[in-house]
Ligand binder design. Structure first.
Ligand code: CS2
Length: 491
């Protein structure tokens, strides 16, 4: 079968949407972290804008470490299929927004040069939570981290996204050029503000004058991004051949739903993403909190409890009525009351739609995938909600269960005693705690809560919180996840 590339475009199956603009090399955007999420989300919006307004906004993708995505896409002229899947069917569309991919680890100075070039108006990021090198509870830079230390000392050849941004801005400053906008698209609260704080902290350690320029001229809008995008499987590659009549090794599958809310604050030109449905607003925080606490909070809850109960995929967990009730009750009683309603949004409709999205059986999203990097996710998904509940004197039994499920999971063995390979930057600390304190659950909970990067210094001394989580964890160990969930949801 012919590989998908520009030569194959005219021969694709009928009805497959494809770029009708000339794909000349013009990259207004450099995107750091060219994983499946970016390709299913922002690149799709950019492609729609390019279809309607010409080719001003191509994306130059950057893989920070590994060449795998570049190696799949280069033989395809950076073309790939975006397949949206729902219970009623599938839609395939070829995305042409991506023009090139650079692998930073192979040639860091080339990436800095690309970002420093005046053609680049915008640098966007999907590098996942841990790519920010911050302490998730306080938002402060991990100054002692070995990669950060490297970048502070050798800024011309950086390793981290922070280092690349500062190195490129430094060059633009010295050449008296307009800076690019820095657009974080990761699931972090106040992601733009957080990134700005980290960039300023980093820059102040090496060049105070540059830091002042960044502070006064560079825009870091916050965004809320949403689309469920599971990792691509071999089966997706087989299926897409039937759909498009070409072989696409870099296909991305996702749900039809997509949302992008962006703070309208840029310091250089930007694509008219509103043409593709993005919402530009003054204040992103209410949208962010809704999404992080409802969608991502429920997602992590389903991932830990579902994995422990033996389910491979999120939609399978959602086939169990008790788990559906669990997240529904958690949202209605414990999460929604903490939220400010975002403009033009009905939270009950959002909740109902979310439940349907999570049930989508054609989205094969692994509980294991969502369970990854929990130490970086818990604060914004569960703990900040709990803080708000505590502050207003309200209970949070289901959120406490979710936190206990995370602890149970990161102990590193499942309900049959089989080892779980826990993927998390703090995995070694979890193992040390689990091996030392496994005889006494209360002690185990205190040790986990002593991880201040996750729990801050407030929650670990909150007696009600410790009691609630300990009770749930004891029950999870004694009865397992399925029985515990059944006992905690009401009819
Ligand atoms: C998921 C998210 O993997 C995870 O942690 O919760 O990637 C989720 O699918 C997206 O945020 C949906 O927008």
């Amino acid at each position: 079968m012919q590989r998908l590339n520009k030569v194959a475009l005219p021969q694709l199956a009928q009805g497959v949407e494809q770029p009708d603009y000339a794909r000349v090399k013009a990259c207004g955007i450099v995107h750091l972290g060219i994983g499946a999420f970016h390709r299913a989300h922002q690149a799709g919006y950019t492609d729609t804008v390019m279809q309607s307004s010409g080719n001003l906004w191509g994306v130059c993708g950057v893989s920070l470490r590994r060449p795998a995505v570049r190696d799949l896409l280069a033989p395809q002229d950076y073309l790939y299929t975006l397949v949206t899947k729902s219970a009623v069917g599938e839609n395939a569309r070829i995305i042409g927004a991506l023009q090139n991919i650079l692998v930073a680890a192979e040639d860091p100075s080339m990436v800095v040069a690309r970002m420093a070039n005046a053609d680049c108006k915008l640098v966007s990021l999907t590098i996942t939570e841990k790519g920010y090198y911050h302490d998730p509870a306080s938002g402060k830079l991990q100054r002692e981290n070995i990669d950060i230390q490297h970048d502070l000392q050798q800024l011309a050849t950086p390793k981290t996204a922070l280092g690349f941004i500062v190195a490129a801005l430094k060059q633009r400053y010295s050449e008296k050029q307009t800076p690019f906008t820095v657009l974080s698209c990761d699931n972090l609260p106040h992601n733009g503000k957080l990134l700005r704080g980290l960039i300023l902290e980093f820059t102040n350690l090496i060049d105070v004058e540059l830091a002042t320029w960044i502070e006064t001229t560079v825009a870091f809008p916050s965004t809320m991004v949403d689309r469920i995008v599971p990792a691509t499987t071999e089966n997706d590659i087989v299926e897409v051949e039937q759909l498009i009549a070409a072989n696409d090794q870099a296909v991305v599958t996702c749900e039809p739903f997509s949302q992008w809310v962006i703070e309208d604050h840029f310091c250089n030109a930007r694509p008219a993403w509103e043409l593709a449905g993005a919402q530009f607003v003054k204040e992103v925080a209410p949208f962010e909190n809704m999404k992080l606490r409802m969608l991502n909070g429920c997602h992590s809850t389903l991932a830990y409890l579902g994995y422990l109960a033996g389910y491979e995929f999120i939609y399978q967990v959602m086939e169990e009525p008790a788990f559906v009730s669990l997240i529904e009750q958690m949202m209605m009683r414990e999460i929604i009351p903490t939220l400010e309603v975002p403009e033009d949004t009905d939270l009950l409709m959002y909740k109902n739609e979310l439940i349907e999205r999570l049930k989508n059986p054609s989205i094969k999203h692994k509980t294991y995938q969502v369970a990854m990097d929990g130490s970086q996710k818990l604060p914004q998904r569960l703990l900040n909600t709990i803080r708000d509940r505590i502050a207003t004197g309200q209970d949070y039994p289901l959120l406490a269960l979710a936190v206990a499920a995370w602890m149970r999971y990161v102990c590193g063995f499942d309900e049959e005693g089989k080892r779980i390979f826990v993927q998390d930057p703090l995995a070694e600390r979890f193992t040390a705690i689990a091996e030392k304190d496994n005889a006494d659950t209360e002690c185990l909970v205190r040790q986990f809560m002593g991880i201040t990067e996750v729990f801050g210094s407030d929650l670990a001394v909150e007696p009600g919180f410790i009691d609630n989580v300990t009770r749930c964890l004891i029950q999870l160990f004694a009865e397992g996840a399925e029985t515990t969930v059944n006992s905690m949801v009401s009819e």
